[in-house]
Design a protein around this ligand. Structure first.
Ligand SMILES: [Zn+2]
Ligand SMILES: [Zn+2]
Length: 242
């Protein structure tokens, strides 16, 4: 019998970092508007949104993996299946060791991406980094729907194939509409099935790049959010002066 595959989006941001949707809104959207069975919440350097989402997930009939997009010295690292925060700003080997010590798995996020700190590139818009030990990682995000230069996804896929590393895909969604644009396919249905597939390099990856319209939409929502926050802050400040 051929096992049927399910889809997971393993790279989603919420309002706990720079996303525009709350953990509750993400769960509601995933349950109501997508066919995803498993998602990972991977906010920048915090588990707060992921922990809330995991607690509420049973009400929505989906499973949430607690994850984090950790800012390391060499770029963003996606940690999945973790329980404790890992400090930002550490070197790659130390960061991966701290992820593994708590039973987590570590993946390069958007490797070679030029506009955000990315494993595989020396600095923003800089040349490729040649001094990395990629074998420290459990795998590589070979499809990131938010990359502005799609060739970097192909480059990431070639790197994963050359090193026989697990391949994952994610949307890097910062708003609801982009959730599911990048997907990791795995045999089975549960987060445990997904973890089993990740450990055995049995995942497949698919996705659809955001394009300029999607990127512009997120930027617009983030600016609106910043503006709303400023107004709230000024109302609070006025209130405290009275
Ligand atoms: Zn990133
Ligand atoms: Zn991200």
């Amino acid at each position: 019998m051929v096992a049927s595959f399910s889809a997971a989006d393993l790279h989603i941001h919420t309002t706990a970092s720079d996303g525009t949707a709350s953990p509750e809104a993400v769960l509601s959207y995933v349950a109501g508007k997508t066919d995803l069975r498993v998602i990972a919440i991977t906010d920048h350097d915090t588990l707060a949104g992921a922990l809330v989402a995991r607690r509420l997930a049973p009400q929505y009939g989906i499973e949430v993996i607690v994850g984090c997009e950790i800012s390391t010295q060499v770029g963003h690292l996606l940690a999945l299946f973790i329980e404790q925060p890992v400090p930002a700003g550490l070197d790659l080997a130390t960061t991966v060791a701290l992820v593994h010590a708590q039973g987590g798995m570590a993946f390069a996020a958007h490797p070679f991406g030029a506009l955000v700190p990315s494993i595989g590139r020396r600095c923003l818009l800089g040349p490729e980094r040649t001094d990395l030990d990629w074998s420290l990682l459990d795998g590589i995000e070979v499809f990131n729907a938010s990359l502005w230069y799609p060739a970097n996804n192909r480059r990431a896929a070639r790197k994963a194939q050359a090193l026989s590393l697990t391949q994952i895909g994610g949307s890097d969604a910062h708003n609801l509409a982009m959730i599911g644009a990048g997907r990791t396919l795995f045999p089975g249905q549960s987060a445990a099935d997904l973890r089993y597939a990740l450990q055995r390099r049995a995942t497949l990856v698919t996705g659809k790049a955001w394009g300029w319209r999607g990127v512009a939409g997120v930027a617009r929502e983030q600016i609106q959010q910043w503006f709303d926050r400023r107004q709230t802050d000024s109302v609070e400040m006025t209130g405290s002066l009275q």
